[in-house]
Design a protein around this ligand. Structure first.
Ligand code: GLY
Ligand code: MN
Ligand code: MN
Length: 438
């Protein structure tokens, strides 16, 4: 079942490539953190999308119509000693039997074998500029072939950006991918619920981070899709705050932007709530405004609407709300034209979500905003940020940063909020924090 999903993706790409072409896709490299220690390995998303192969030091090659098989995987050889130290390897037989490669060679043979596979192909599909070591080797192989032209060998003449084709495929999620994304979002939503239940004044930002990571890991998601942002009070006004060192104060709000990765798929959820479980009047007024903007933006996530409609809707609601609260002064039309909201809402309302948290896929096609279609997944995440000592803003709003972020799938009928299990209504949050409804 899983092998069939990866095969289907390779077939789709092979069909797009057409005859006399070859695609070369490298695995991610291991990355040193400090002496003898690596960062946890994360496979390259494009490579994993096509192969499902989890090891470093591998290169996948696709050749439409090749007699001895269209899918060749170069990977590490089995090695008893290395496997004793570092873990099992699939080896060449595993590549064929477990990962459905038609043919597999040791990665050390790449320089000997790949020029032969490039020979007499016209077009090379390759993501240039992402892996400088392989860029250089590919240039060397092509030059070697050019040098053999008198022997009747022809070198490729067209180089195409593989990422352009692949990223358009990745934008449309299959049923299999949606299932994983739903799981990722559900796990993260449960972890957000746990934080609401656990949060007390005097706890630390890293304490909440630890609770979040623990809950995700215990539910099967060992890795986070990005470093959690846990900002208490004024720290919530720093958009990508990841220090997470401060103590949480009664009377403040805390913003948590955190999402796990599950089976290589990201979730990305933000919730903001009062540290001591009860919103003050000012906090509630700003919170309800962000929530109204978010709900209005989600209603605009519909097939046939364009990418920017949810953002435009969020900006409209926020501008009118800021006027009502006395934070902006003037008419809505004029303030919208001036983009006055940008002082307090300076980021966009969302991004594509998938294997990468800021996922691939173009936002514009031929200069126009892209139309939303079933299978696309995006975040909807408006916010308001009013740092301490904001000039021209009444004191009661100072030190409040709020963002509410959900993961939304475009469906045939409209949309599905994958992260709906994380509470966001004021009454729901207060009830959960008071010990009601686990
Ligand atoms: N967590 C990053 C973002 O919300 O875009
Ligand atoms: Mn986020
Ligand atoms: Mn996001």
């Amino acid at each position: 079942m899983i092998a069939a999903e990866f095969r289907r993706r390779r077939k789709q790409l092979l069909r797009m490539m057409g005859p006399n072409s070859i695609a070369i896709i490298p695995a991610a490299a291991e990355c040193v953190r400090n002496r003898d220690v690596h960062y946890p390995f994360r496979q390259d998303s494009d490579f994993f999308y096509l192969t499902g192969f989890p090891e470093p030091e591998a290169v996948a090659v696709l050749i439409p119509g090749r007699k001895h098989g269209e899918y060749v995987l170069f990977c590490r050889e089995r090695d008893e000693t290395r496997e004793l130290w570092d873990g099992l390897r699939a080896g060449q037989s595993g590549a064929v039997e477990e990962y459905a490669a038609d043919d597999s060679f040791p990665i050390g043979d790449l320089d000997d074998i790949l020029p032969g596979l490039l020979e007499n192909q016209t077009r090379v599909f390759y993501a240039m500029g992402c892996n400088s070591e392989l860029d250089k080797r590919l240039a060397d192989w092509v030059n070697r072939l050019r040098g053999s032209s008198r022997a009747g060998v022809s070198a490729p003449v067209e180089f195409l950006a593989l990422d352009h084709f692949l990223h358009d495929m990745r934008l449309y999620k299959s049923r299999f991918e949606i299932k994983h994304m739903r799981t990722a979002a559900k796990i993260s939503a449960q972890a957000h619920r746990r934080l609401m239940q656990a949060c007390r004044p005097g706890m630390t930002e890293y304490g909440l981070e630890a609770e979040f990571v623990h809950e995700c890991a215990m539910r099967g998601a060992r890795f986070q899709a990005y470093t959690p942002i846990v900002g208490g009070g004024n720290n919530a006004c720093i958009l990508h705050y990841t220090e997470n060192q401060a103590q949480l104060q009664a009377g403040d709000m805390v913003l948590i932007d955190a999402g796990c990765e599950y089976a290589c798929y990201a979730s990305d959820i933000t919730r903001t709530f009062p540290v001591s479980g009860k919103f003050s009047l000012a906090q509630q007024a700003l919170y309800e405004l962000v929530l109204a903007a978010q709900e209005a933006a989600i209603r605009k996530v519909q097939p046939g609407n364009h990418w920017n409609e949810p953002h435009q809707e969020a900006v409209r609601v926020i501008t009118k709300g800021l006027i009502r609260l006395g934070i902006l002064k003037g008419t809505a039309a004029k303030l919208m034209r001036q983009e006055a909201y940008k002082t307090y809402y300076m980021h966009r309302t969302g991004h594509w979500l998938g294997m990468d948290v800021h996922d691939v896929g173009d936002y514009k096609v031929d200069g126009e905003w892209r139309l939303l279609e079933p299978g696309m997944v995006m975040t909807v995440e408006p916010g308001l940020y009013i740092p301490l000592r904001s000039k021209g803003v009444a004191r009661r709003w100072w030190g409040i940063g709020i963002r509410i972020e959900d993961d939304v799938l475009v469906t045939k009928e409209g949309n599905e909020v994958l992260s709906a299990d994380a509470p966001k209504q004021v009454a729901e949050i207060e009830a959960l924090m008071a010990g009601g409804g686990a």
